[in-house]
Design a protein around this ligand. Structure first.
Ligand SMILES: Cc1cc2nc3c(=O)[nH]c(=O)nc-3n(C[C@H](O)[C@H](O)[C@H](O)COP(=O)(O)OP(=O)(O)OC[C@H]3O[C@@H](n4cnc5c(N)ncnc54)[C@H](O)[C@@H]3O)c2cc1C
Length: 447
């Protein structure tokens, strides 16, 4: 090891290493950053040494677990990346009804460990998203209306702070930090090395539901948005779905959505009848939880080039607004292969918990509305990014608050947008737990 890297432990990858090219990649391949060094941590000591080394050498730190940050804030140019993806232990304690995971565990691994024993979990939809990265931003999944957000299941977090010290956070210990980590924890306060969750009750089978309208039209997409906003108000909390109205190079306009219902197929079909009434095909399958989430996860490609972001919706849209929202995707950017507006159901358990309970502020939102564009050829990157901006600005003008798990580089006033009325308290906690801003990134909390 070169003299400069002395003090770093774990698996170390520098630009001269043949593994570097792969190691610096994020899931979003539109992000191309060139870190100074990437440290794959194999034990907690490696995390502690990396933090001490970065401080001594005045290197900026980025923390990476699954590498799915939309804007690539888990890497950067000239930074030290503390990569914890090799910390993948899962310890089940069924007697105590809890599971402890190390912070490199991915959605798929947790689902397999829990699902094979009959437990569901309100994790995410993409197999390779890091559970910790997901949970630190709140975490929306297809069980969210019934069980709450991923972060609502947390009992305890272990984190390495700016001094390299391991802290335990819970309702009893470091309570304010525990509060902050549940919704605003990504990259801000230290390196989370483990999370302990309460286990939901076992389930035998769930209904995997699907709504689909290939060869759709703008009028049908508008009808969908109109029906959706009414439908969601009275929806059984056992159902959580997300649905995209899309415009794809291959298929043209369409509508596609999926979700879970913790109940029988007949009731699930009845609940979806308003969508059948406007011409969507409804499919419902009775599966184990693991089979159902695996079917959802299998749809993800290994990576993409995209820009995407998401806002919280608190009110009904009128016809004119619905026309404008559906209008955003009718003319995709040059080189776009897929563009969509996606709605993610909230409510249920999420809104029963007070916004003061954790850093996740927008609990009263009815749903999240995301917008995205995907391209394959780098030549179209800028035109796609510029395409998204004015459309996002419109959606921003009719919504309140941005989902930190669907972040956007060009957001502006981001602390307020992500954390609403909790932003000030978060700054205070940040000043206390990271007084020198050792953990920083382009949209970090500035204590
Ligand atoms: C294809 C795809 C599907 C997605 N689906 C969903 C979904 O269904 N629901 C949802 O809520 N979100 C979803 N997301 C968003 C995703 O949950 C967030 O991007 C999440 O932050 C990713 O975590 P990660 O560990 O994979 O990514 P990373 O890029 O490794 O990390 C994301 C952020 O968290 C920080 N971070 C990661 N690990 C730690 C740690 N141990 N300690 C401190 N900070 C840490 C990073 O520094 C970075 O700021 C999706 C993203 C993609 C790309």
């Amino acid at each position: 090891m070169s003299e400069d890297l002395k003090g770093l432990t774990g698996e170390i990858v520098t630009p001269e290493d043949p593994r570097y090219e792969q190691a610096r990649q994020e899931w979003n391949r539109a992000i191309q950053k060139f870190p100074l060094v990437i440290v794959y941590c194999l034990e907690i000591k490696d995390v502690q040494n990396a933090i001490r080394w970065a401080r001594k050498n005045k290197a900026e730190i980025r923390i990476r677990s699954g590498g799915h940050h939309y804007e690539g804030y888990s890497v950067g140019n000239g930074v030290l990346v503390i990569d914890i993806s090799r910390l993948t232990r899962i310890d089940m304690h069924e007697g105590q009804r809890l599971v402890k995971i190390q912070s490199g565990v991915k959605n798929k691994e947790l689902y397999e460990a829990l699902g094979s024993r009959g437990y569901p979990f309100p994790g995410g939809t993409c197999p390779t998203v890091g559970v910790c990265g997901y949970v630190l931003g709140g975490g929306w999944g297809m069980s969210t209306r019934l069980f709450g957000l991923g972060s609502d299941q947390l009992l305890e977090i272990e984190i390495v702070n700016y001094k390299g010290k391991l802290l335990t956070c819970s309702e009893e210990k470091n309570k304010d930090l525990f509060w902050a980590l549940r919704g605003a924890g990504g990259g801000n306060f230290g390196v989370v090395v483990s999370m302990t969750f309460r286990l939901p009750p076992k389930v035998d089978k769930v209904s995997l539901v699907q709504v689909y309208a290939p060869e759709s039209s703008k009028a049908q997409q508008e009808s969908f948005l109109t029906v959706w906003q009414e439908w969601l108000k009275k929806l059984d909390i056992r159902m959580t779905i997300n649905v995209s109205i899309y415009n794809s190079e291959e298929e043209g306009l369409g509508i596609f959505g999926r979700g879970l219902f913790y109940g029988d197929t007949e009731t699930a079909s009845k609940l979806l009848q308003p969508f059948a009434d406007i011409g969507l095909q409804i499919t419902v399958r009775h599966l184990t939880f693991l089979e159902a989430v695996t079917a959802v996860m299998n749809d993800y490609p290994p990576f993409e080039k995209f820009q995407s972001t998401g806002r919280f919706v608190h009110r009904d849209f009128d016809n004119k607004e619905i026309r404008k929202i559906a209008g955003t995707i009718q003319k995709p950017a040059d080189g776009s292969v897929f563009t969509a507006v996606t709605v993610y159901a909230l409510g249920g358990r999420v809104s029963e918990i007070s916004r003061k309970e954790s850093a996740f502020y927008f609990r009263d939102a009815r749903y999240i509305m995301g917008i995205q564009t995907v391209w394959t050829d780098d030549a179209f990157e800028k035109v796609n990014q510029d395409w998204l901006y004015p459309r996002f600005q419109y959606i921003r003008s009719v919504t309140k608050g941005s989902f930190v798990n669907f972040p956007y580089d060009r957001l502006g006033n981001y602390e307020k947008a992500y954390y609403g009325g909790n932003a000030e308290k978060l700054r205070k906690i940040n000043r206390e737990y990271d007084p020198h801003n050792v953990f920083t990134f382009p949209q970090g909390i500035k204590g």
